[in-house]
Design a protein around this ligand. Structure first.
Ligand code: NAD
Length: 420
């Protein structure tokens, strides 16, 4: 049994095998492209507020070291496992390569529910995690960032813990930091903004008028809330459905997304937001809309609901929201559902993280406008390449996007040899 034994890792491997067959990758190359280079598991004992000591499991997976240091987010979620972390690291590798960033993929996190920890406990577990990771990470080795369940504050604790150990300020050890300690203007919004930039490109191609379009957004955290706000107030799309881990809400007349965001800032979640009807969270995904944006957890579009989707554009804000079985169904519906695959759709986060890392290394700053312009230019290039290859080779957008990423990593491995 592999240490990565897990349904999400299996899903990432199944996706990779589709690409490996399409690219006719020789057997000698397959396993070394697919399996992570390094994986670290740590046990984190923490003094809880009630005086007890509780231990948490932490993970970090560095998928490949061929193109530069590894880069990837840190997830705090109760069900996090080594296998899920490895799957997320593998997706990061293809995502970074597709955007032409000089990184291998990584991912890490702690199996914990951050909503059930006090601020003091959250700080203790975050600092302890970074402390245990110090021998394995570094600005030229592996750079952490935020993901589900973590935020700017957690990145600050990571950066501070690492810096205290080194004896000087090392702000390039993490990205997604507050601007006050070397974070980049526009990083917090980057993933959601990127998602919406690509939705606008898809609408353009499909000749959809944003003013006549509706959207449903699953997840109302960093990615989902920024995407919903941007869709509503920048693109001019009517957002009819939003959800988080506590509730799914639908209003055919449109939801006041800014009000929903203020509510979440005050109350922590959408549970008590009353300006829309409560609906079944699973059914929300198959309700009629032009744009569906899953921005929460993986595997929410599966064999059981892929045929029932009523959207025109599926914009994957989350990592791994669509299973390979659902892909087979969506491939049949290619002229009916335009898929913007995750490694393209949510790449805005790692692209601006890359800017933040470069800014940290060079002690040099750019304005938010410069950052956003550069972000959109990279996304535009990736989008054009993905669409062009998909058309030329008559393959899905996901196959096209992943193939570009996998090919780049494979080429680099061939150039370097067996070591990295
Ligand atoms: P977050 O923790 O800020 O927000 C997650 C949101 O999803 C919360 O509103 C939470 O309540 C909701 N949620 C959790 N479980 C849910 C469920 N079962 N159904 C509906 N909603 C649920 O996380 P985030 O940073 O916004 O990340 C969301 C997704 O986007 C993840 O898949 C993550 O890997 C991916 N992603 C994030 C970034 C980034 O920069 N933060 C970049 C790329 C991809």
């Amino acid at each position: 049994m592999s240490i990565y034994n897990d349904d999400v890792f299996q899903m990432a491997c199944d996706q990779f095998k589709v690409i490996a067959d399409y690219l006719e990758i020789p057997n000698n190359d397959r396993d070394r492209l697919m399996y992570p280079k390094r994986a670290v598991a740590v046990t984190l004992p923490i003094h809880m507020d009630d005086g007890t000591v509780q231990t948490f499991q932490g993970y970090r997976v560095q998928h490949h070291l061929t193109l530069g240091p590894t880069k990837g987010g840190t997830r705090f979620a109760p069900s996090l496992s080594m296998g899920e972390t490895a799957a997320l690291a593998m997706w990061m590798s293809w995502k970074c390569a597709l955007a032409n960033l000089p990184y291998g993929g990584a991912k890490g996190g702690i199996a914990c529910d951050p909503t059930k920890l006090s601020t003091k406990e959250l700080e203790a577990v975050s600092r302890r995690y970074m402390q245990e990771m110090i021998p394995f990470v570094g600005p030229h080795t592996d750079i952490m960032g935020p993901d589900m369940g973590t935020n700017e504050q957690v990145m600050s604790w990571f950066m501070d813990t690492y810096s205290v150990y080194q004896g000087y300020c090392v702000n390039e050890i993490v990205t997604g930091k507050p601007v006050s300690i070397g974070g980049t203007e526009g990083r917090r919004e980057a993933t959601g903004r990127g998602v919406v930039y690509l939705i606008e490109r898809a609408m353009d191609m499909l000749k959809l008028d944003p003013a006549k379009c509706t959207a449903i957004v699953q997840g109302f955290g960093n990615v989902g809330s920024v995407a919903a706000l941007s869709l509503a107030y920048k693109t001019g799309v009517k957002v009819v459905g939003i959800s988080d881990a506590t509730v799914a809400l639908y209003n055919p007349n449109g939801i006041d997304v800014a009000k929903a965001e203020q509510h979440v800032m005050k109350k922590g979640n959408l549970r008590a937001f009353t300006e829309a009807d409560r609906v079944d969270p699973n059914e929300m995904l198959t309700m009629p809309c032009d744009v569906l944006v899953p921005s929460a957890v993986d595997r929410v579009i599966h064999a059981g609901n892929a045929a029932k989707l009523k959207c025109r554009i599926l914009a994957e804000g989350a990592n791994g929201p669509t299973t390979p079985e659902a892909d087979l169904i969506l491939n049949e519906r290619w002229d009916d559902v335009f898929v913007i695959p995750d490694i393209l759709c949510n790449a805005g986060g790692v692209i601006v993280s890359y800017f933040e890392w470069v800014q940290g290394l060079q002690a040099f700053m750019w304005s938010e406008t410069e950052v956003t312009d550069k972000l959109f230019r990279i996304l535009e290039h990736s989008f054009t390449q993905v669409i062009k290859r998909a058309k030329a080779h008559k393959v899905s957008h996901r196959t096209s996007a992943m193939a570009i990423g996998v090919e780049r990593v494979m080429k680099a491995k061939h150039a370097r040899g067996l070591f990295p």
